[in-house]
Design a protein around this ligand. Sequence first.
Ligand SMILES: [Fe+2]
Length: 153
Amino acid sequence: MDIALDEKQRVRISEILYGLLASSYSFYLKTQNYHWNLKGREFYPMHLLFQNQYEELAGTIDEMAERIRAMGQHVDGGLGTFKEKSFIEDETDSEKSMDAMIQQQIDDHEAIIRYLRKHLPEIEGFEDGATADFINKRLAVHEKMAWMFRCSL
Ligand SMILES: [Fe+2]
């Protein structure tokens, strides 16, 4: 395999993407959990907002995994490994208030934004434009979602 990224660079790019994949998968499940268990006066619009979000995450999770494969690396798709590598914590209280769910979403979006911004310079240093483009797109999506949730509080 010769794509002008050496093995060490492709392994590192895959590690960064895998951290994002595992965390996005946890976030996907957590968002669906909120979609299911939400209660309150604004139930329906928030139920739909959570649905829009987990559907968007489902599409991008696939892109992350396939980009890791394009780097010549294996993707471990097990829940145990995802949990180990995710920086997004599982929700243990699905009875929490709507405002607490919204605040948790804001915190999780911001954690993903920080992760992406932290790793972007390293990816750019490898001149891996395709992964850098993907990260920049994810930054815009998470920043927009964080804004929407902030306005819902
Ligand atoms: Fe549903």
